[in-house]
Design a protein around this ligand. Structure first.
Ligand SMILES: [Zn+2]
Length: 163
């Protein structure tokens, strides 16, 4: 494989990732060797376009996320949203996150396997394993997490919105 040639010239100071094609005038990616709209050759080769892109990207740490197929440098947006705070504001009761439903499903899987007509001992063993896991999940979810969520003394009811 031929080594990528060094770009003869790339203006790394220009922050644009898109250019107006000199042939058709439409906006196109600057570091793709030919225009997306009309196919006009912007770079002598794809290798050279890629090398130019890498030189351009290395010039500024803000450009690390850029792809040469993009028309703009992507900026990561912090779109994390506090749904529980929003729900509290709206007076909607949200159940806390729980992993117990997964455990219940694993238990149900073994209980289902116990329904396969295999030897009696295998079926009993599967039913016991499934039953234990299933009950562990149900008890954990319904008894422990539920009591943590709804304390019997009703300590947190004062903060809730009632309609
Ligand atoms: Zn063009």
């Amino acid at each position: 494989m031929a080594a990528a040639k060094k770009p003869r010239y790339v203006d790394v100071a220009n922050p644009d990732l898109a250019v107006d094609c000199p042939h058709c005038g439409l906006r196109t990616a600057r570091f793709i060797d030919s225009c997306r709209n009309c196919g006009y050759k912007l770079w002598p080769s794809s290798h050279m376009a890629s090398a130019a892109f890498q030189a351009w990207r290395a010039a500024d740490p803000d450009r690390t996320l850029a792809s040469r197929f993009d028309l703009e440098v992507p900026h990561p947006i912090d779109n994390t949203f506090d749904f529980s705070a929003r729900a509290r504001e709206l007076g909607i009761h949200l159940f806390p996150n729980s992993n117990y439903p997964f455990i219940i499903c694993v238990g149900a899987l073994f209980l289902g396997l116990a329904a396969i007509p295999l030897s009696a001992t295998t079926r009993i063993a599967l039913a016991v394993i499934g039953g234990v896991i299933f009950l562990y999940g149900v008890v954990g979810w319904v008894v422990f997490e539920d009591t943590r969520m709804f304390p019997s003394d009703g300590g947190e009811t004062g903060t809730e919105v009632h309609h």
